[in-house]
Write a protein that binds this ligand. Structure first.
Ligand code: F6P
Length: 341
């Protein structure tokens, strides 16, 4: 079998672990050939690819980023790929394509699959918001980075009697904010799933100061927004790929809290630090399992599906299940954001 692999969309710790696992399982396990397309679907369309053998993936397991490069693709170029599916499959002589990516990539994978390409998807995102899988690799690493930041911010906040507002990634889903906020013991957690009340945050900080704890750390997801009319807020702008870019809720909230509390507040935007660097052991293991199962699925002819973690097992689920809606923090877990543990 000849397998093509690519990484598309925003990068994520664990991508290289998947590539390595695909190559190991395919080459060593099945005597397959693997080629890697560069910069996502662009490489597939423009003919940029290279053979991947065992040596090509040696030493990449702990490396962040992706050795293949990653990129987002404009919608009309995606349509171009779907319209030329048969020709592209024949051009590269591939029997299976394994695209590794988030919602946008899996949507593209579904388009290509519907158009007749033999596709097995692998979900990735630090945001953990892909439906159909309990977890995506990269999430554990991002939560670890954000948790460490909260730990560190607490000591400087305490020294200066300040309120620190740490903004973490999560456009539509607040999983990173929720779990790093819990793990780091943030005193307030704001998620995109439910508008937050500035008054409650002010009250919480005042109560802490009144009982002698003269600092606070608030963890806010980039996509969180205040309840209507409670503080100045501007919606994000939509970029050329249809993604909403936010204008800094962490900074706005820090300014608002400083004004209302009469105490110093500082914003800290973690940004892409959460996406870079070496993956945790958990993410390496999940990524490796996904890669292995993707190759097995290709050999079993299970196309139009993606790997997914269900409980402790890896299952194949339809790509449609992964892309029809985002997995946001459910109501049943909102109490975790409201409580200070
Ligand atoms: O991977 C998802 C994500 O991390 C979002 O949380 C964030 O908004 C986005 O990527 C930013 O991506 P980029 O800056 O690469 O466009």
């Amino acid at each position: 079998m000849r397998i093509g692999v690519l990484t598309a969309g925003g990068d994520c710790p664990g991508l290289n672990a998947v590539i390595r696992s695909v190559v190991h399982r395919a080459v060593a396990g099945h005597d397959d050939e693997v080629i890697g397309f560069e910069d996502g679907f662009k490489g597939l369309l423009d003919g940029h690819y290279r053979p991947l053998d065992l040596n090509a993936v040696s030493g990449i397991l702990p490396r962040g980023g992706t050795i293949l490069g990653s990129a987002r693709l404009e919608r009309d170029r995606l349509r171009e790929a779907a319209e030329n599916c048969a020709a592209l499959t024949a051009k590269y002589g591939i029997d299976a394509l394994i695209p590794i990516g988030g919602e946008g990539t899996l949507t593209a994978a579904r388009m290509l699959s519907d158009a007749g390409m033999p596709v097995v998807g692998v979900p990735k995102t630090i945001d953990n918001d892909i439906n159909g899988t309990d977890r995506t690799f990269g999430f554990d690493t991002a939560v670890g980075v954000a948790t460490e930041a909260i730990d560190r911010l607490k000591t400087t906040a305490e020294s200066h009697q300040r309120v620190m507002v740490v903004e973490v990634m999560g456009r539509h889903a607040g999983w990173i904010a929720l779990e790093s906020g819990m793990a780091g013991g943030a005193h307030g957690i704001c998620l995109p799933e439910r508008p937050f009340e500035v008054d409650s945050l002010v009250k919480m900080v005042e109560e802490r100061f009144a009982r002698g704890k003269k600092f606070a750390v608030i963890c806010v997801a980039e996509g969180a927004r205040p309840a209507e009319g409670t503080m100045p807020y501007e919606k994000g702008v939509i970029d050329q790929f249809g993604h909403e870019r936010f204008t800094g809720i962490g900074t706005r909230l820090a300014v608002e809290l400083e004004a209302r509390l009469g105490k110093e507040a500082r914003p800290v935007i973690l940004g892409h630090v959460q996406r870079g660097g070496t993956p945790t052991a958990y993410d390496r293991v999940l990524a490796t399992r996904f890669g292995w199962h993707a190759v097995e699925a290709a050999h079993a002819g299970q196309f139009g599906k993606m790997t997914a973690l269900r409980g402790t097992s890896i299952r194949m689920v339809p790509l449609a299940e992964g892309v029809t809606e985002l997995k946001t923090v459910p109501e049943s877990r909102m109490y975790e954001a409201e409580s200070v543990f």
